[in-house]
Design a binder for this molecule. Structure first.
Ligand code: A2P
Length: 272
């Protein structure tokens, strides 16, 4: 699995398995299949309520902990209640781990700067190898910058062919902040990207499926990609993207599918 190097020198596998909305009872299998297929990066969050199953699958996988990259996230209510360290310890407990590779502020809620500073302390203590944010717009990042010492390593945001989010990505890159794409295949609600005829034509040319074309598009844009699936064959497909590359014309065609329509919540207007 190819890796990227984050701005603090930590290496991160550029494709990770996302487990948002994966039920606790399915998570163990899904993570095991992924590790068997060659994934070394799992992205969870306390609010997904499946950290325990992620930890169990990892423990039973037989792969050394230091060869895996595990991300979790601090949930909004814990940030609002100023209980970041407690919430983080609870995540570690559920994962059955004594550190995580990455921990993110899940959403830009009030008190995020304070929460981030507490993550900085956990980072200094070696309990988190890389800290970052998720769902931060440029103005959230700029506000955060005023208060913090350690530059975020990543911003995890929605990006897919229907909502490329390119301006924010370019801005993060200009700051040395890596970008992780969630809902990279268009998310699970009203997903018509995977039936798109432009993508289907490119897929046919390379004898690949549309999801593989979209994942390749993300990688060639320089992103870390977090596709999710509860099906073993798709989990295997989603990292089988290293035997072809898209040309400039194909990249442009996919770029032109951008409708600026999100599948997920808007970081400037959310109520949770
Ligand atoms: P499923 O779990 O039923 O396989 P994302 O949220 O990562 O953008 O993905 C959106 C949906 O695309 C997922 O919920 C998943 O549904 C589906 N999916 C993932 N990988 C593939 C694939 N290789 N081919 C078709 N659909 C896929």
């Amino acid at each position: 699995m190819n890796c990227k190097v984050l701005n603090n020198g930590v290496k991160i596998p550029e494709i990770g398995l996302g487990v948002f909305r994966v039920q606790e009872e399915d998570t163990e299998n899904v993570v095991k299949w992924a590790i068997d297929a060659g994934y070394r990066h799992i992205d969870t969050a306390s609010v997904y309520e499946n950290e325990q199953a992620v930890g169990k699958a990892i423990k039973e996988s037989g792969v050394n902990r230091e060869d895996l990259f595990v991300t979790t996230k601090i949930w909004n209510s814990d940030i609002r209640q100023n209980r970041v360290k407690e919430a983080f310890d609870e995540s570690l407990e559920r994962l059955g781990m004594d550190y995580v590779d990455m921990c993110l502020i899940h959403w830009p809620v009030e008190n995020s700067e304070i929460a981030y500073k507490q993550m900085e302390e956990l980072y200094t203590a070696g309990k988190i190898k890389a800290i970052g944010v998720s769902n931060f717009q440029k103005h959230h990042m700029k506000e955060l910058e005023k208060h913090i010492t350690v530059l975020p390593t990543v911003n995890q945001i929605e990006s897919n062919p229907r909502f490329a989010n390119q301006e924010l990505i370019d801005w993060c890159f200009s700051k040395g902040i890596a970008v992780e794409a969630y809902s990279p295949l268009g998310g699970s609600i009203d997903n018509n990207i995977l039936n798109n005829h432009v993508l289907s034509a490119i897929a046919e040319k390379y004898n690949k499926c549309v999801a593989q074309i979209v994942i390749r598009w993300h990688l060639q844009r320089g992103l870390i990609v977090l596709p999710k699936s509860i099906h073993q064959d798709r989990i295997i497909q989603n990292i089988d993207v290293y035997d072809f590359s898209l040309n400039d014309e194909e990249m442009d065609k996919i770029n032109s599918l951008d409708l600026n329509i999100r599948t997920g919540s808007d970081p400037d207007h959310f109520d949770f």
